[in-house]
Every structure is written in C-alpha cells, then in structure tokens.
Design a binder for this molecule. Structure first.
Ligand SMILES: Nc1ncnc2c1ncn2[C@@H]1O[C@H](COP(=O)(O)OP(=O)(O)OP(=O)(O)O)[C@@H](O)[C@H]1O
Ligand SMILES: [Mg+2]
Length: 381
C-alpha cells in the first residue's frame, strides 16, 4: 500500500510519533503528495525548521492556513494538480481564539486572557500544545474548506503523550485540579491521578498564595464555560474516532521505536481510534549486499589511497550493521502489525528542508510496491 491508498476517503490525517522521528517532514510530504493528486490539502505544522518553513512560505506566523504558491511548488519535480495550504500552529493564539469563541462576552474573554494562571496554562504547561493542535484541527474541519487536513503533532517523549495530553488538560479545566489543590490536607495530587502532575508542576512555578488566588479567580472567570470545554471535547473526540480520520505513526526502525509502534497500535485499537499505518522513517538499507567489507576495500584501493579506502569500507561496515539491525526490527514489526501498512522511507543523504527534499520523501510514501522496490534497488546500486 502507499499513502494515497491509506488515505483514500479520509478527511483527516494525524501524524504522531516520538521526538525527532520526522513527523513534521512526513506530514508536509503527505500533504504535498495528496495535493499533487488533485486534492485541496492543508497541513498544520508545529514548529518546522526555519528552512522548511521558508520553503512552504511560512515566514510570518499566521494562525490560518495559507496557500503555498504555484511558484514555490514549481521549483520541485512534482506537478501539483490540487492546492497545498500550510500553517504553522501558534498555540498561544489558538488558545486565545478558543477563549474568544466560548466566552459569553468580550469583557470576560479579556479578563481570562489577562489572568496569570491562564497565561501559564496557554503557553508553558504540558498538554497545551496538543490541545491547541486538536482545537485547530477541529476548527478547520468545521469550516469544511479542505478535502484533507494533515496534522503534524508536537514534539513529545512518545506518541502516546499526544493522546493523553488533551484529556489531562480537560480534567484540569473542569476544575478537578483546583479542588485537589485546595484540599486542606495538602495538594491532594494523588486524588488527581498521575496524569495531572505535569500540569501542576507547570503551575507550581507561580509561587505562594498568589497561586491560590489566581487559580480561584481563574475558575470563577471560567464559570460555566467549563461545560463548553467538555462539550467541545466530546465533539473533538467524535472527529478523532470518525472513520474518515486516519492516525499515522511516524517511527524509526530502532528497537525501542518498534516497541512503541506496537504499543501505539494496541492503544489506538483499545481507544477505538482509526489506525491507518506506520511510516518507518530513516531506514538504513543494506548498501553492501552480499559483498564482504574486505572485498570492498580491495575494490576501492585502486581509486583511493589505502587509508581512505579503509575508512570508506569501515563506514560501509557500520552502515551494514545498522541496516541489519533495522531489517531485524522491521521483520518484528511486520509480524505484529499488518505488514502492508508499513511504509518505509530511507535515510536520505541530506536533511529535508525544501520542496525538493519533500518530493524525495514523497516518492517513497506514494510509490507502488513495485516502484518502491525499484527505488530501493537504485539506492543500493
Ligand atoms: N528520511 C530522512 N532522511 C534524512 N533526514 C531526515 C529524514 N526525515 C527527516 N529528516 C530530518 O530529520 C530532522 C527531524 O525531522 P522532523 O523535524 O520532521 O522531525 P519531528 O518528528 O517533527 O521532530 P520534533 O519531534 O522535534 O517535532 C530534520 O532535520 C529533517 O530534515
Ligand atoms: Mg516536528
């Protein structure tokens, strides 16, 4: 299978994965590929590298998708029949907009936005980026202007964090945290469960009595708006569970990453969330094949100095070790998940920071099985 087949009939694609695996890169490449096939696609990226942001025309922070111009796309090798739109998420602004939308009047909205607890909550606290990413996704889905929305997710320790974070924040907003805070016996953190600890940790930085006062005022200000939060959360959950939504895990082929991919698949299944597949990024393919490293250094000796030939063949040998490891881990992953839903993208020579780079990643994601094998064979040759 390829990404186009996996996303057939889908309206939302959420790319999850642990830090640095290539979520931002693959979400942009997926969006590019689907736009190339004629769809009107928006990719919501989170903190893309500067050069990638520039390549997509995201120099200025804006909290709405902008169309990537034909001129920018034309520098790459892909003919884009549809439309590619991109935005870089601004979590603080998204949170503010959420408050504006659900506050009963603008006065209350301004008061909330000026509150210290709110300011902390909307920026530094873990979970706020995840919540705003989902809030943006929901809002764009409601506006119904795109055929497909591709959501990049915030850097996190592991992919499951993305699924847990909004719930954590939500239970905080429903006031459970405050009740626990104000319990005379202490912080009552245990009553909240472990999930709330990062939130409280973030808030603890505001010290002393002020915290209690600010928190109390904050929850008074929120008042019955917490019901709206809960209602929205229920609708968002519906969107995430819809069969037009696809969760894609981006992973590497390292052992822990493969373990995580297996857990992630199980967790999505038990939560009733639609799991579409795993993109295994930066795979090392065996470039040595059946050749012995010694053979290689002998072959290179004619063209390179002996010491350089030795170093090059050492390099190949190290790569061969990585490739063998990746191959072993991938076989394990393939037995645990539907192997047809594993899409491999090789380790490329360069970082992916422009339309050309995205096009290279895109080739592997959208190739047919036969073409993919040919591409890998070319790589090895
Ligand atoms: N297949 C690849 N080959 C070579 N480099 C790659 C490949 N995929 C991604 N990269 C590079 O790896 C780095 C991390 O990629 P990216 O920013 O997409 O990861 P991420 O999962 O979004 O990270 P974070 O969790 O920090 O948001 C980038 O410099 C990117 O250009
Ligand atoms: Mg990223």
């Amino acid at each position: 299978m390829n990404v186009a087949e996996i996303l057939e009939g889908k309206r939302v694609c959420v790319c999850c994965g642990s830090g640095g695996v290539g979520k931002t890169t693959t979400s942009a490449a997926i969006a590019l590929g689907m736009a190339a096939r004629g769809a009107k696609v928006a990719v919501v990226t989170i903190d893309p590298a500067n050069r990638l942001a520039n390549a997509l025309g995201l120099e200025q922070l804006g909290n709405e998708p902008r169309r990537v111009s034909r001129d920018r796309l034309a520098v790459g090798p892909i003919d884009v029949k549809g439309e590619l739109w991109a935005m870089m998420l601004d979590p603080k602004r998204t949170f503010d907009e959420l408050i504006d939308r659900i506050a009963p009047d603008s006065g209350r909205a301004e008061e909330i936005k000026a509150n210290r607890v709110y300011r902390e909550l909307s920026t530094a606290v873990s979970g706020s980026q995840e919540l705003t990413a989902i809030a943006k996704l929901y809002e764009l889905d409601q506006e119904n202007e795109f055929d497909l929305l591709v959501l990049d997710t915030p850097p996190s320790r592991n992919a499951l964090e993305f699924l847990d974070a909004p719930g954590r924040l939500n239970s905080f907003l429903e006031g459970r945290a405050l009740k626990a805070f104000l319990r005379p016996t202490g912080f009552g953190v245990r009553a909240l469960g472990r999930g709330a600890l990062p939130l409280l940790g973030g808030l603890r930085r505001i010290t002393g009595l002020d915290l209690i006062t600010d928190l109390t005022v904050f929850f008074q200000l929120l008042g019955d708006m917490t019901n709206d939060f809960s209602e929205r959360a229920a609708q968002v959950e519906q969107l995430l569970r819809a069969d037009t939504t696809a969760f894609v895990l981006v992973s590497s082929a390292a052992r822990e990453a493969v373990d995580e991919a297996i857990w992630f698949g199980e967790r999505l299944a038990s939560d009733g969330l639609p799991f579409a597949g795993v993109i295994v990024n930066r795979v090392h393919h065996d470039l040595l094949g059946d050749r012995e490293p010694r053979e290689l250094s002998a072959a290179l000796a004619g063209t390179l100095t002996p010491s350089l030939a030795g170093r090059v063949s050492d390099n190949f040998r190290d790569y061969h070790v990585l490739a063998t490891r990746d191959d072993h881990n991938l076989s394990r992953l393939a037995t645990q998940l539907d192997a047809r839903r594993l899409l491999l993208v090789p380790q490329l020579d360069d970082d992916v920071h422009d339309i050309d780079g995205l096009a290279r990643v895109h080739r592997y994601l959208f190739a047919s099985q036969v073409d993919r094998e040919r591409l890998i064979a070319d790589l090895v040759a």
